[in-house]
Ligand binder design. Structure first.
Ligand SMILES: [Zn+2]
Length: 583
């Protein structure tokens, strides 16, 4: 066994006298498992989780601040006409800011504040002193190294800690400390230090845990030893499926070093594992593509766009720019890209083309209806939501009525305007819709017929004259009834509730059905955005077009997420990249 110590720079007295270097690989492995039991791994993983967020975390307060300022401008207007669409990116965020609950996730201060993290390298006496001052129950070395990793301490400070630990322990530094040091080297992009730690780990351990591998891969991909990162990926594969991050790092490394075949092969492998690639990975292919004039490569990039379409994924702002730049770089095709929005009519404001309709095809509709009835309404927890008797009573009731045009969640709608009486609001909504000759169904609870103050009897009677009504037991959940009645009435039927029904989406087993449900919901859920005293209710228009990556061959329309707008999973972007060929 050769010792790579000659290549290790600037580790004064570190590891030189380690007795472990002389042991067989089997012993090294024992050493690893010994020092790196399950508990320690969990500690490590919790550390790892914060690392990729580190840059983003610093940006969030800025985004928040900007958003708050935006929000403040409109906060006195209550809900006005220019309020964002129910499903528009950022709308939920804005809604939550109307009922502000300060939920700022500021990093908690360093616990055990008797200790100040050192800003300069310490000598062993100073480390001894610091350890004496430490009052926590935890192991000092473990605690201080994790705090240093957490606060991104400078490399030389961390190194002086390792030197001190090594000097006390015959040159041995535990795995956890080593990995945290590696984390700092990767974080500070100190590639030569990464390589040093890599050599030490290689010499000492036969296998690492996935956190160590992931850091090494990330650290090595920028160096000319990036192929060894790909070999580490092979090592991970022996025990588990590598993460999308591991693939991302290797693919970026391969592209950085002009090895396109390796990059595509890794990408195929990633898809083969049913992993969803990071958008960063896909962006890297586009960025690299602008210097490549090769039809085969272009075809693969278009496949990536279709992948985004099929998986209802949206690029971020900088990825959208990369896509635009790549299209415009294709020789001879004269692509022109512009950032734009889509009009209510579903036409692109830039080129005037009509965006794909939100409406489900008859096949999609039947498929979704079947799945919702099976998974949500008749699903395993049916008894929790309602009793079978009540469900049967409801089914018979629906069968006895003509198909409805609009199904109203009575309780939810009535509580939409807290200052007004519930039965008055419900009556206003029902009266206004009934004037348009629409077949209405109001779903309610039995208590709505008995309470005198919030639910006036005369108003409820007027509601019942203008709409079919079904009053469920007070303990039942309304949504399954709402979904059933709406779907059973057909593709034209809309529904009104403020509820976004995320729980039901979660009940649907596969991603395809979840996406169809979301598409159906966007096309069928009516939102009330205003009510004037009397009866005038303003409904928000329903999106007529589908927010998804799409092409007609000579044009592409690609919705994208803006950097500063926080979009929830049940919202869709409002900004688009329009690409068309100049004629
Ligand atoms: Zn367009």
């Amino acid at each position: 066994m050769t010792f790579p110590l000659s290549g290790v720079r600037s580790f004064p007295n570190l590891w030189k006298c380690s007795p472990y270097f002389g042991l067989s690989p089997g012993h090294s492995y024992f050493f690893l498992t010994d020092y790196c039991g399950v508990r320690n791994q969990q500690r490590w993983f919790s550390l790892k989780r914060m690392s990729p967020q580190s840059t983003k975390a610093t940006n969030v307060p800025i985004a928040k601040a900007r958003y708050l300022r935006k929000g403040e401008e409109g906060s006195n207007k209550q809900m006005s006409f220019d309020s964002p669409h129910l499903f528009a990116a950022g709308a939920a965020k804005r809604r939550s800011q109307m009922n502000p609950q300060s939920k700022d996730h500021v990093l908690s201060p360093v616990k055990n504040s008797s200790i100040q993290l050192p800003e300069k390298p310490l000598d062993s006496k100073e480390w001894d002193k610091l350890k004496e001052d430490f009052q926590g129950k935890a192991n000092f070395e473990n605690w201080i190294s994790s705090q240093m990793a957490r606060c991104h301490s400078p490399i030389n400070v961390a190194k002086s800690l390792l030197a001190w630990v090594a000097a006390k322990n015959n040159g041995i530094v535990g795995y956890n400390l080593l990995v945290r040091y590696l984390y700092l080297c990767v974080f500070h992009k100190q590639t030569s230090e990464v390589i040093d730690v890599y050599e030490i780990m290689r010499a000492r351990y036969k296998r690492l845990e996935s956190g160590g591998y992931s850091l090494l891969i990330r650290g090595l991909m920028h160096s000319d030893r990036w192929r060894e990162a790909v070999m580490l990926l092979e090592d991970i594969k022996k025990v588990m499926t590598p993460s999308v991050k591991n693939y991302n790092d290797c693919i970026q490394g391969a592209l950085l070093h002009q090895d396109v075949n390796t990059a595509w092969n890794l990408y195929q492998e990633l898809l083969g594992h049913d992993l969803i690639p990071m958008l960063e990975t896909l962006k890297a292919f586009f960025d690299f593509g602008k210097d490549i004039k090769d039809d085969h490569y272009s075809k693969k990039l278009l496949d990536i766009l279709l992948y985004l379409r099929n998986n209802q994924l949206y690029p971020g702002e900088s990825f959208a720019h990369s896509i635009k730049t790549w299209f415009e770089s294709v020789p001879g095709k004269q692509w022109k890209g512009q950032f734009t929005t889509i009009q209510k009519s579903g036409q692109c404001s830039c080129c005037g083309k009509t965006i794909e309709s939100i409406h489900l095809s008859p096949e999609e509709y039947e498929f979704l209806k079947g799945r919702i009835i099976r998974d949500v309404i008749d699903g395993g927890d049916q008894y929790k939501k309602t009793t079978p008797q009540e469900l049967k009573r409801f089914e018979n009731f629906v069968k006895s009525c003509p198909p409805f045009d609009i199904v109203i969640d009575g309780l939810n709608v009535a509580k939409m305007f807290p200052k007004a009486r519930e039965s008055q609001v419900l009556l206003d909504v029902v009266s206004q819709l009934a004037k348009q000759n629409l077949q209405l169904l109001v779903l309610g609870r039995k208590h709505m017929l008995t309470q005198r103050f919030r639910w006036r009897k005369d108003e409820m009677e007027k509601v019942q004259k203008q709409a079919s009504c079904f009053f469920a037991d007070d303990i039942s959940e309304d949504d399954p009834f709402l979904l059933y009645a709406t779907l059973n009435s057909g593709n034209h039927c809309k529904f009104i509730t403020k509820d976004l029904m995320r729980d039901h989406k979660a009940c649907l087993l596969d991603i395809k059905t979840q996406r169809l449900f979301f598409k159906w919901q966007q096309g069928h859920q009516l939102a009330i955005i205003n009510r004037f005293p009397g009866s005038k209710i303003t409904f928000q228009h329903i999106l007529t077009y589908d927010t998804v990556v799409q092409t007609t061959g000579d044009s592409w329309h690609i919705p994208y997420d803006e950097d500063l707008v926080e979009r929830y999973s049940y919202e869709v972007p409002t900004k688009w990249l329009c690409l068309h060929q100049k004629t």
